[in-house]
Design a protein around this ligand. Sequence first.
Ligand code: IMP
Ligand code: MG
Length: 178
Amino acid sequence: MINELEKDIDRVLFSESDIKNMVKKVAAQINEDYAGKKPLLVVLLKGSVIFAADLMRSLIIDCEMDFMKVSSYSGTQSTGVINVISDLRTDIKGRHIIIIEDIIDTGSTLHKLVGLLQSRNPESLKICALLDKPSGRKADVYGDYIGGTVGNEFIVGYGLDYNEKFRNLPYIGVMRNS
Ligand code: IMP
Ligand code: MG
């Protein structure tokens, strides 16, 4: 069968085996840092779902997951306002929290989300992102656990979308004409 998605992909940036290695690397760090703890993975919808599913299966520690969907209000970067479309069901007070993100670009969404979650008094709060795009950074935020780094290009696949398309590509690629 013809792959309907691949005609729009210029090149593969991270193959399935590259991604497996990145997930393994990050999981090993989390397994070590959280041994004996029970972290809550806060999975940001929708892009992080596929990464989170693979990451969680590589964790050998006791852990839980919950989901959150947020967006930034445009033009309010300095006010710290974040639009919570769907909130956690879990009380995070006193919990060890790991935010699971697909990619950190400007960092503004994460910056505001960290402020919001900190106000709920977790025991600790860290950020895990499959990918980091440091060239896009505007807010003062960094990932504690990062799978890989990308340059200033628009990438899709493995959860990452362009207008909701390409999330189901098993690898990460650069879009044609991006
Ligand atoms: P920011 O860090 O607040 O700018 O937002 C990061 C979000 O933008 C990520 O969670 C992705 O949903 C999206 N994003 C950033 N760069 C890309 C990309 O190259 N491809 C697909 N989505 C991206
Ligand atoms: Mg997205």
